[in-house]
Design a protein around this ligand. Structure first.
Ligand SMILES: *[C@@H]1O[C@H](CO)[C@@H](O)[C@H](O)[C@H]1NC(C)=O
Ligand SMILES: *[C@@H]1O[C@H](CO)[C@@H](O)[C@H](O)[C@H]1NC(C)=O
Ligand SMILES: *[C@@H]1O[C@H](CO)[C@@H](O)[C@H](O)[C@H]1NC(C)=O
Ligand SMILES: *[C@@H]1O[C@H](CO)[C@@H](O)[C@H](O)[C@H]1NC(C)=O
Ligand SMILES: *[C@@H]1O[C@H](CO)[C@@H](O)[C@H](O)[C@H]1NC(C)=O
Ligand SMILES: *[C@@H]1O[C@H](CO)[C@@H](O)[C@H](O)[C@H]1NC(C)=O
Ligand SMILES: *[C@@H]1O[C@H](CO)[C@@H](O)[C@H](O)[C@H]1NC(C)=O
Ligand SMILES: *[C@@H]1O[C@H](CO)[C@@H](O)[C@H](O)[C@H]1NC(C)=O
Ligand SMILES: *[C@@H]1O[C@H](CO)[C@@H](O)[C@H](O)[C@H]1NC(C)=O
Ligand SMILES: *[C@@H]1O[C@H](CO)[C@@H](O)[C@H](O)[C@H]1NC(C)=O
Ligand SMILES: *[C@@H]1O[C@H](CO)[C@@H](O)[C@H](O)[C@H]1NC(C)=O
Ligand SMILES: *[C@@H]1O[C@H](CO)[C@@H](O)[C@H](O)[C@H]1NC(C)=O
Length: 846
């Protein structure tokens, strides 16, 4: 809870105009609202929906002379989130948001929360009486010491049963000290309109249900179906027919709710309107993206068309200098850059390559020059994927149309088969240590001038000196030899003698890859700021184990050699990218269990899938037992509700670093080359392949070269080269020597077989009653029998029947993964109490 405070403080003290965005159907859209004092409520006065967020922070409701009624708003929708933080004297939100029906959570507070009510010392109830849905994002109601009617809300319903959303209720007034829905705690007789779920004493929680929610076709999901069994429209939050829907999940179209705006224009992220309507609002219908906007975006200029209508036209004129992502806005959607483009990405910490790709995807022509300098992040110029020509109307130093200098990681210019014509002007390439001279030379044919590339302009000495250029790239052929759920052993083909001489070791690159479409340059921004993880194996062993992987996850990997330095060509060998998938493993516990009881003999349980399923959840195992709750436990029963929110990962199961662990992606990604600056060496490799053996022309020569290596038993004492038998024998001896020598090299690469063992889970014993000794002897495990109700892995709720009223039940749920022996998680527990008969009766009467 503590860490929220400093972040929230950031919001304090904002002040800016909050423009009314548009009026349609007597509705008024507003932008995000920051409310820090009573006077700020005026900004919200006319809003019926908010495109953005609302933040009430540090408002002192005890100050000033105002009536509560004057704070009332007509806001019924918030597209992003609602935050209420440290408001003094605020008793309820009912007066402020009497009509709020939906919080969409399209953008979330801290990328996570859609509704946050935090540290409001006087707040007694939420009172969001009309709220029907929080579409996305988490809910956090915390540290409001007087707050009641928190447990009385069906949060599950508000989130539409979504298992990826969570709510957290903590440190509010203990449930046991709060009134019930409908009346104060002790006075059940006052319960007239009692309902299990309410926002305060007077307002039951509205929970419209589809006509039918049980026995619908499975395709309907949680939307339910109508009485005829036809699925309710998933575009409608509150009902079955999109035409009659009063609350659209996505967009409000002409004739009902729709998924996206088709042949119409999106306005305020919630509605589709016609071109005409858009214009009538004084707005501009943008053809790209079909949006109805107030002003032309970024680099688009207002122009009047033939009919005198305002349109937005992209205009990209001038010399553009891109140093950071912020500079890209002016280039968005440009087809032609009427001027020159300079890319200079000196800030290696900024991840910008993807933004470059997106911003420059449409560029077909640059009328001036293209200059790429000091951009260590770039591995290629493929971000200009549609560029056809550089016109060269303007040149660098009156000579160069393509000027590429000092780009440390640049390895490619254009993708294969992509030709960029240079209409006028020459090339200038220097200090690109990884860009092969040949690749630059291939651009000769793109030069319209026909002039030859000169060495002064494009030097083989300052380009490509840190990589192997030409065809001589040796390829590695790694194979996955063995794996378990968290580790994989990769084995390389044998390196021959020449390779061995210069080999220092291998580096292994790997990353998660749900799809098999990864390329080596994906997300690589040079400088080690890429998302490939790397293991270095600084020895000649051809085996390596990558550990700490996530279970049941597909990874992409490739291998590269680390080689010794000679002068200035490097012959690192690469493998192609290949994929493997780790094995499944035991899952983590289910994230949370929630129980509710509307009928005294029943409990409805909900739970969330494990945060780390580690495989396909085959089933859930559920147990329940009556629990004798002692006096003390009863007293803290208020915190039991807390417990069931918080029994998160009771005993966390470690399954390797997770992407949300802080260090997961920050794992030391500094490239080895940077750490060991002299790992570069020469290619002697190709010309002299197998020279050690091939050069031996005859037996005598062999003897003089390798006397010690020759097995003495076979070495003739008196070689007479004219004797045919002898020659034959010599050849045999030579062959034997060659094999021995090779064997020795192979052994050097195989020395660590033991160290690279992958530990495997033991198989299930044949005999299901095997003793411990038998288990050890037969290297197997007995499958433990877990009792409980088995439920399919896609079901996340269960009704428990035939219970006693007003009684505590201890409930446990385990998740079990397919294909793993004893693959059930630790149980997550919750204590749930059934409703009393009296309340049940009261509720039936209503
Ligand atoms: C908008 O308000 C006017 C008058 O205030 C009313 O005549 C009209 O029907 C309203 N339109 C909608 C869509 O509610
Ligand atoms: C709200 O609408 C009223 C009447 O149209 C107008 O007088 C007032 O200025 C508006 N308030 C804001 C904040 O726009
Ligand atoms: C508050 O305002 C009302 C009328 O607007 C006035 O009658 C009353 O005296 C004011 N109270 C204070 C304390 O200023
Ligand atoms: C809210 O809208 C209703 C009609 O829809 C109107 O009568 C009322 O004055 C509005 N309230 C505010 C605070 O604008
Ligand atoms: C949530 O699931 C429960 C149990 O399946 C169901 O009764 C309820 O109608 C669902 N709620 C929504 C909003 O779909
Ligand atoms: C109970 O409901 C009735 C009608 O639905 C209503 O008239 C009455 O005011 C309600 N009582 C309370 C205490 O909310
Ligand atoms: C929409 O509501 C109207 C009036 O309630 C009803 O006549 C019509 O049948 C409904 N449309 C559908 C598709 O159910
Ligand atoms: C580029 O700008 C010049 C000077 O303003 C103009 O004459 C030319 O037509 C423009 N070219 C393109 C393709 O927009
Ligand atoms: C791979 O495919 C997935 C899904 O089709 C897509 O989201 C992702 O962007 C692709 N990745 C690359 C690098 O192409
Ligand atoms: C609960 O209490 C009853 C009566 O005191 C006792 O018979 C029973 O064994 C207890 N059950 C458990 C699980 O402790
Ligand atoms: C070659 O030498 C071997 C043994 O040294 C001998 O037995 C053989 O007769 C010789 N052959 C010829 C053709 O001289
Ligand atoms: C997988 O094998 C590695 C290497 O032997 C071992 O460290 C790891 O514990 C194994 N993982 C599991 C889940 O057994």
């Amino acid at each position: 809870m503590g860490h929220l405070v400093p972040l929230l403080l950031v919001f304090f003290g904002f002040g800016a105009p909050w423009p009314v965005l548009a009026r349609t159907d007597n509705q008024t859209a507003c932008g995000s609202l920051e409310i820090n004092e009573i006077a700020d409520f005026r900004k919200m006065q006319n809003c019926t929906y908010v495109v953005g967020h609302i933040r009430l922070a540090h408002v002192d409701f005890t100050a000033g002379n105002y009536s509560l009624e004057s704070l009332a708003s007509n806001v019924s929708e918030i597209s992003d989130y609602l935050m209420v933080y440290r408001c003094n004297g605020l008793l309820t939100l009912q007066k402020i948001f009497p009509r709020l029906r939906i919080i969409r959570g399209q953008a979330q507070l801290f990328d996570k929360y859609a509704l946050v009510v935090y540290e409001n010392r006087n707040l007694r109830e939420l009172g969001l009486v009309e709220l029907l849905r929080v579409q996305k994002g988490f809910i956090r109601i915390e540290s409001n010491p007087m707050l009641c009617f928190v447990e009385t809300i069906d949060w599950m319903y508000l989130m539409g049963n979504a298992t990826e959303q969570h709510y957290s209720l903590k440190h509010n007034k203990p449930h046991g000290q709060c009134p019930w829905c409908g009346g104060p705690l002790a006075e059940f007789d006052f319960l007239k309109n009692a309902s299990e779920h309410c926002w305060n004493l007077n307002a039951a929680q509205l929970r419209p249900q589809p006509p039918r929610s049980k026995d619908c076709p499975p395709a309907c999901g949680i939307s339910g179906c109508d009485n005829a069994g036809i699925c309710c429209d998933h575009n409608c939050v509150t009902g079955c027919y999109s035409q009659n829907c009063s609350l659209c999940a996505n967009y409000q179209g002409k004739s009902g709710c729709v998924n996206q705006c088709i042949a119409s224009y999106e306005i305020n992220r919630r509605q589709c309107i016609s071109k005409r309507e858009c214009k009538d609002l004084g707005r501009i219908p943008l053809v790209r993206g079909y949006q109805c906007v107030k002003k032309c975006p970024g680099n688009q200029k207002k122009v009047l068309d033939a009919k005198g209508m305002i349109q937005c036209q992209v205009e990209c004129k001038g010399d553009f200098h891109v140093k950071s992502a912020a500079d890209l806005e002016d280039l968005q959607d440009c087809l032609t850059i009427n001027g020159s483009l300079t890319i200079e990405l000196t800030n290696i910490k900024e991840k910008i390559v993807e933004a470059l790709e997106n911003a420059l995807v449409s560029v077909k022509e640059i009328t001036g020059y293209l200059k790429v300098i000091h951009s260590a992040q770039l591995m290629s110029l493929t971000f200009l994927q549609n560029l056809d020509s550089i016109r060269g109307d303007k040149l660098v130093e009156n000579k160069y149309a393509l000027f590429v200098v000092n780009n440390y990681h640049l390895e490619h210019i254009w993708p294969p088969n992509h030709h960029v014509i240079i209409q006028r002007g020459m090339l200038f390439f220097h200090l690109n240590p990884r860009l092969c001279y040949e690749k630059i030379h291939q651009l000769q044919s793109s030069l319209k001038s026909g002039e030859n590339i000169s060495v002064a302009d494009v030097s083989p000495n300052s380009n490509g000196e840190r990589v192997i250029c030409g065809d001589g790239v040796r390829s590695l052929k790694p194979v996955v030899e063995d794996l378990n759920s968290t580790a994989v052993r990769i084995i390389m083909d044998y390196m021959d003698w020449d390779g061995m001489e210069t080999l220092i070791g291998y580096s292994y690159y790997y990353k998660e890859a749900p799809q098999q479409n990864v390329t080596m340059y994906d997300g690589r921004h040079g400088c080690g700021h890429d998302n490939w993880l790397m293991d270095i194996s600084p020895n000649k062993s051809r085996r390596h184990v990558i550990r700490n992987l996530k279970p049941y996850t597909q990874y992409a990997y490739f291998v590269k050699t680390l080689t010794r330095t000679d002068y200035h060509i490097q012959i690192d060998a690469y493998s192609k990218i290949a994929y493997f998938q780790t094995l499944p493993d035991r899952p983590s516990p289910v994230v949370r269990i929630r129980g509710s009881s509307e009928i005294s003999s029943q409990i409805l349980l909900h739970w969330w899938p494990p945060s780390r399923p580690n495989g396909i959840i085959k089933k859930y195992l559920l147990t329940y037992e009556k629990q004798n709750v002692t006096k003390e436990v009863k007293d803290v029963s208020a915190s039991i509700a807390d417990l069931d929110c918080d029994c998160v990962d009771v005993l966390p199961y470690y399954s390797g670093p997770q992407p949300d662990d802080e260090d997961y992606y920050n794992k030391d990604q500094i490239t080895y080359e940077d750490a060991l600056p002299n790992l570069i060496y020469v290619s002697r490799y190709y010309d002299n392949r197998r020279k050690e053996f091939d050069k031996v022309v005859d037996y005598e020569h062999l003897l003089t070269m390798k006397k010690k290596e020759v097995p003495t038993t076979l070495a003739p004492t008196n070689p007479v080269l004219t004797n045919k038998t002898l020659v034959k024998k010599a050849a045999e001896t030579y062959e034997m020597f060659r094999m021995k020598s090779e064997m020795r090299h192979k052994d050097m690469q195989d020395f660590d077989r033991e160290k690279c063992k992958i530990r495997h889970a033991m198989p299930k014993c044949q005999n299901s009653h095997a003793s411990v000794v038998q288990q050890v002897e037969e290297k197997c495990v007995v499958e433990e029998t877990l009792n409980g109700i088995e439920l399919p892995g896609n079901q996340h709720f269960y009704y428990i029947f035939n219970l006693e009223p007003e009684t505590y039940y201890r409930v446990t749920v385990r998740a079990c993964v397919d294909g793993v022996v004893n693959g059930c998680s630790n149980p997550a527990e919750a204590l749930v109490k059934t409703t009393g008969l009296r309340i049940e009766r009261l509720m039936k009467d209503v």
